[in-house]
Design a protein around this ligand. Structure first.
Ligand SMILES: Cc1cc2nc3c(=O)[nH]c(=O)nc-3n(C[C@H](O)[C@H](O)[C@H](O)COP(=O)(O)OP(=O)(O)OC[C@H]3O[C@@H](n4cnc5c(N)ncnc54)[C@H](O)[C@@H]3O)c2cc1C
Length: 414
């Protein structure tokens, strides 16, 4: 059988790892220039590898498989130098948050760090290259897929028995092209996460950082929206993320180079009902509006008290931003964000202050737009020879879940 995998990210790695020893011919098409390219794979920033039943995607992935895949990535580092932690496995912390209305998320994780990830991807690729049934095609962007008599053609040229689409979120254009032709693939598309990136001095969250590195909690705010923390980066850095026609905010931490601040996202999940069917459009418009106010390729930075009281920030006080000054403008996020989102976030921070004193300090930093898109949830039972794995399928949102999705798909094929 001749199989095509489109994209070489976490999901493709899981699929190839399980499938490589079969007699099938596997061609991997990756749009990035080469394995060193900064655009290759979503696994290029931070690399927190979570083991949890409660987050990472909407699949039920066995904990043993999750642990096995974490070890797989760690075994591809050069010296196994990683940070580890457990979120809310200690009952005292769990109770402290629970008492104040938070839902603590239990997870174990290992942190590889942005600096080590490139090496890991390279080492995995090098190993795959030694197999003579695996063929890598870099600088090969796939724009469309067609069926003809049980065979699939990519970009109207190469013909395959089966095609695995593993393009992550960055491959949304290809997925949109396929969905336009086959709308029956869509199971669900109504969610988007809108929020901010919050930055505070390390000492405010020192105890939590030391205890669990990443604290993950959810909270049902007074607006009715569920709000959650995401991607905590002790001694980390805030960075911008370029989507082509708009820029959002993100954060990461390195293993060696540390800052004096901790940043994490505070996200509100917006789930709308019919006739709404364009969560990506909704989120992108809010991001673009924020960018219009901030200036090209910039985000808005505001102090927490100004964010709460809807005033433009003109200067900062004690907390120094880790985002480079060329990437932000001091402003008012209230001019771009819907009121219900802002109210939900403020309610979250005020209640969090009951557990973490100082988290609502007036001079803590708020960055926007922080937006997490959910891909359309796709139905993998629609076609026998066309499957979607990883984030582009809408079923996963993390490295381990995406890798596991690929791995389990290969297991099914075998
Ligand atoms: C800034 C950032 C930080 C993150 N940090 C973490 C973290 O710490 N822990 C965690 O668990 N998750 C994290 N994630 C999420 C994680 O990276 C993804 O969930 C995971 O990589 C998804 O794997 P995937 O294989 O589905 O997609 P990806 O890993 O994104 O791989 C998709 C590949 O497909 C290629 N591609 C796209 N379109 C095409 C096309 N048309 N033709 C050919 N090739 C194409 C891309 O170049 C890419 O190499 C982070 C994401 C981001 C953006």
């Amino acid at each position: 059988m001749k199989i095509a995998i489109i994209g070489f990210g976490a999901a493709a790695i899981g699929f190839i790892e399980k499938f490589k020893d079969t007699k099938n011919e596997i061609h991997i098409f990756e749009k990035s220039k080469d394995i060193y390219s900064s655009s290759i794979s979503g696994i290029r920033a931070d690399g927190k590898l979570f083991v949890s039943k409660e987050m990472g995607g909407e699949l039920d992935i066995d904990i043993h498989l999750q642990k096995k895949l974490v070890d797989y990535y760690i075994n591809h580092t050069s010296n196994h130098e990683i940070e580890t932690g457990s979120s809310f496995t200690k009952i005292d912390f769990y109770k402290k948050f629970y008492e104040k209305g938070f839902l603590p998320i239990i997870s174990d994780f290992s942190h590889l760090g942005t600096d080590q990830l490139k090496q890991v991807i390279y080492n995995i690729y090098k190993k795959f290259q030694s197999y003579n049934n695996l063929f890598f095609h870099f600088e090969h962007k796939i724009n469309n897929i067609d069926f003809s008599n049980d065979k699939m053609s990519l970009n109207n040229t190469d013909i395959f028995d089966k095609v695995i689409v593993a393009v992550g979120r960055s491959g949304y254009k290809l997925v949109n092209n396929i969905i336009k032709k086959y709308p029956e693939l869509i199971l669900d598309n109504t969610k988007v996460d809108l929020g901010i990136r919050y930055e505070v001095p390390d000492h405010i969250v020192e105890e939590l950082n030391k205890e669990m590195y990443e604290f993950k909690v959810k909270y049902k705010s007074k607006t009715g929206y569920m709000v959650r923390t995401f991607c905590n980066n002790p001694s980390g850095y805030v960075v911008t993320e370029n989507y082509g026609d708009f820029v959002t905010i993100n954060g990461h931490a390195k293993i060696k180079d540390k800052s004096k601040n901790t940043n994490f996202a505070i996200l509100t999940t917006v789930k709308l009902t019919e006739p709404f069917n364009d969560p990506i459009g909704y989120g992108s418009h809010i991001a673009k509006l924020t960018n219009i106010l901030a200036g090209k390729n910039k985000v808005i930075l505001q102090t927490y008290s100004h964010f709460k009281n809807s005033k433009r920030t003109k200067d900062l006080y004690r907390v120094k931003p880790t985002l480079e000054s060329k990437n932000f403008i001091l402003g008012d996020i209230n001019l771009a964000y819907p009121r219900r989102i802002i109210e939900s976030i403020v309610d979250f921070i005020e209640n969090l202050n009951e557990v973490i004193p100082g988290i609502n300090n007036q001079d803590n930093l708020v960055y926007a737009p922080e937006i997490k898109f959910y891909s359309n949830r796709l139905n993998n039972n629609t076609f026998e020879n066309l499957k979607f794995i990883g984030d582009c399928s809408g079923a996963t949102r993390s490295i381990i879940y995406a890798t596991a999705h690929g791995y389990l798909m290969a297991e099914k094929f075998i």
